[in-house]
Design a protein around this ligand. Sequence first.
Ligand SMILES: [Zn+2]
Length: 473
Amino acid sequence: MNKKEVRVRFAPSPTGHLHIGSLRTAIFNWLYARHECGKYLLRIEDTDRLRSTKEFETSQIESLKWFDLMSDEPIVHQLDNIEEHKKIAHELMKNGLAYPCFCKPKDAEQTVTELSSGIAHRYLGTCRDKKWTEQDLQKPHAIRIKIPEDIKEIIFDDLIRGRISVSTDQLDDFVLVRTDGTPTYNFSVVLDDISMEITHVIRGEDHISNTPKQIIIYDALKKEKPFFAHLPLILGEAGNKLSKRDADVSVEEYRKKGFLADALLNYLVRLGWSHGDQEIFSRDELVKLFTIESVGKKGAIFDVKKLLWLNGIYLRELNFDQMLKAIDDLGQDYKQGLLSNWGEDQLKKLFELYAQRAETILQLFEDIISLSESPKTLDLNLISKWSNEKTIDLLRSFVEKLESISSMEHEDLLNLAKEVCANFDLKLVKLAQPIRLALTGSICSPGVFDLISVLGKQETIKRINALIKDLNL
Ligand SMILES: [Zn+2]
């Protein structure tokens, strides 16, 4: 018998920029679909008219595009389906599986204290056994599910957490369609998952409490239930739910700060999933190795330092075109800024030099753009630390020799500097550090002779002369 095609969905609400935890959910869905040669679909849950905006939807889709996580089929908008959802609620009502509730919301509920979640409101069942006619439906009413009395327990086997059972004592006849005519979240989710033929619902563990209600809806509709897998939360350092205090939570921020999509994807997959001690995975490897069963049950702590380390590794693997593309991803003007200050050959060399020291594309960009201008101010403390009475003569002698040579190769520049230092009976560092200061304004930079060969003779001499002038004051 043919195995049924796996179909999964990622279903964000466009009420903010894409959250880093939601992105991980999208990635796990995508990996599962690819691993199983199935379909990965995208559904925008835009029924919350007050909080959903087109701007956020566009922003979330842009973020998914950045990760190459777009839907295998046209994107579904939940809002397009709500008339259909209302119709189905009506049918359930006619079949006695749901009923109209004419109560005013507050009258119908009893406040109960729940062990797990504190205070909750529970419907008393006032309208459950009342007779009604189509005529009655002219009056404002909600539609409630009629949970069969013989069901005492809802049981499902979560692919990550194992068997979960919930007593129906904890549930009331919940609302499917509100008095204002809008279907509720759980009802729309189930109907859309059915019409999209979703086989596996992979989502964050904050949805566990929705699952029993959704199962009741599947049963009322006599539809086959999908498999459920609830992913553990991403946690902050103190074991709390990840918040802005721990790290950026919007994917958009990571792009702006110069993280690479592949590095972030690799990092997020490792938050909760593992394959031995391996840290670095290509997408192909992830697709091959990923299984839901190897996702852990426990929340994983978000470690910005580790993400930076991983990003640095990915950054150093980029070729020139990929580096330029990553800089372009930072936002408008970044790439142009570099190209208007540097020639292509210079940029290639600078990427190579600075990638060794950078952890993000933004750092790389800032280092290279700041090198394109002479240092604006020189740090007097650094100058006094790295200069003495001989420094001016030493620098002048170097400039003189530099003017007379034609090669700008690293080796030749190094020999030239050694020769100058030997004449003054000084170590190389006594010359190299002041030159570094003159060229970059700092004493941390790539190798000074590499920088000279990129900047070229005239620019180097100009910057060293500026330092000499400052030392003379
Ligand atoms: Zn009622």
